[in-house]
Design a protein around this ligand. Structure first.
Ligand code: ATP
Length: 322
């Protein structure tokens, strides 16, 4: 396996969950979900460099809040890549991770880093893996990794993340993303989610029903929000602040604690200058505050306003999350 290039720098964008439904608990303990995810332009930066040493993985990171060695999801993705494509590789990889996405925030940072490593290494080594194989590896690393391993801006993920339907990106909106300094255990949130026997029909048809992407905002929902908000009053406080700024919709992302407001372009907002209001919010509250847009580095699906009828499905894997 000889690399046509020797280095590459790649974005690893965060995501927000525009809707998230917990459909049930599986026999293996994982949860079946249906979730609409949007990549946003708050990005980690992953630098990859081919080095000598067969299948050797070197890893360095700017943040001390994530594992520094082989346990980091980015390093694990590299090991999985080498294991899948060529155990006899002459080369290794050096990964430098510049961490900008808050950790354990519900923004998918670790999964995105892993997806970026898989995509970047496949490009660096001349595409030895077909996209199906890349997605199969992604599935073994975590439920959100497949979404980040493909070049799409937004998708509905179902099952435990293995079924992906590309949907149009919300390009005509700004997202104000607020990450308070509290630790929320994803496992705790799922444990405390009150499962019922209620059958929840798939929401996928809403992408055909709604004429415009912005009218889809009425579909925003997060089953997990009530669980996290009941323990952490900061969630509702931040929702109130974003509501005061004139957000069209406000929601918690993933299992939290990050909360985001959606501000469609051209809509009458409570504040004239959203950038200045965000700056004020930053100074006023003890939280990280970001003003973002949809991530446009990924190719748009080109299918607006419809959706693709399921691009990938893998049944036999065990993701490491949820
Ligand atoms: P999700 O929304 O997919 O549930 P999250 O945003 O809540 O993810 P992450 O930032 O991905 O959470 O971190 C989850 C855990 O993964 C943390 O405990 C962290 O230490 C670990 N981790 C391993 N590698 C990374 C990485 N590259 N970046 C962030 N966290 C990582």
């Amino acid at each position: 396996m000889t690399p046509p290039r020797t280095s590459l720098v790649i974005d690893a964008p965060a995501k927000v969950n525009l809707y998230l439904y917990v459909l049930g608990r599986r026999a293996d303990g994982y949860h079946d979900l249906e979730t609409w995810m949007q990549k946003i332009d708050l990005c980690d930066r992953v630098s990859l460099e081919v080095i000598e040493g067969p299948a050797r993985v070197e890893f360095a990171c700017t943040a001390d809040s994530v594992p520094a060695g082989p346990d980091n999801l980015a390093a694990r993705a590299a090991q999985a890549f080498f294991a899948a494509c060529s155990p006899k590789s002459d080369c290794g990889i050096r990964i430098a991770l510049d961490k900008q996405i808050p950790v354990a925030a519900g923004l998918g940072g670790g999964s995105s880093d892993a997806g970026a490593v898989l995509r970047g290494m496949n490009e660096l080594f001349g595409s030895p893996l077909e996209s199906d194989e890349l997605l199969r590896i992604a599935c073994t690393l975590g439920a959100d990794v497949p979404f980040f391993a493909v070049d799409i801006g937004a998708a509905v993920a179902r099952g435990i993340g293995e079924i992906l339907h590309p949907v149009p990106s919300l390009c005509d909106c700004r997202f104000v993303v607020v990450n308070p300094p509290i630790f929320v255990s994803t496992a705790w949130v799922f444990r405390n989610f009150p499962l019922t026997t209620e059958v929840k029909p798939s929401k996928l048809s809403c992408f055909q029903r709604h004429g415009s992407v912005s009218s889809l905002l009425s579909e925003m929902h997060n089953d997990l929000e009530a669980v996290t908000a009941a323990k952490y009053p900061q969630i509702d406080e931040i929702k109130g602040m974003l509501g005061d700024l004139g957000a069209a919709r406000v929601l918690m992302s993933g299992s939290g604690p990050t909360v985001f407001g959606v501000f469609p372009d051209g809509s009458a907002s409570a504040v004239e200058d959203l950038g200045a209001a965000v700056e004020e919010l930053r100074n006023r509250c003890r939280a990280k505050v970001y003003l973002s847009r949809a991530y446009t580095g990924a190719s748009p699906s080109g299918k607006a306003p419809g959706f693709d009828p399921g691009i990938r499905r893998f049944e036999s894997f065990r993701p490491s999350q949820c």
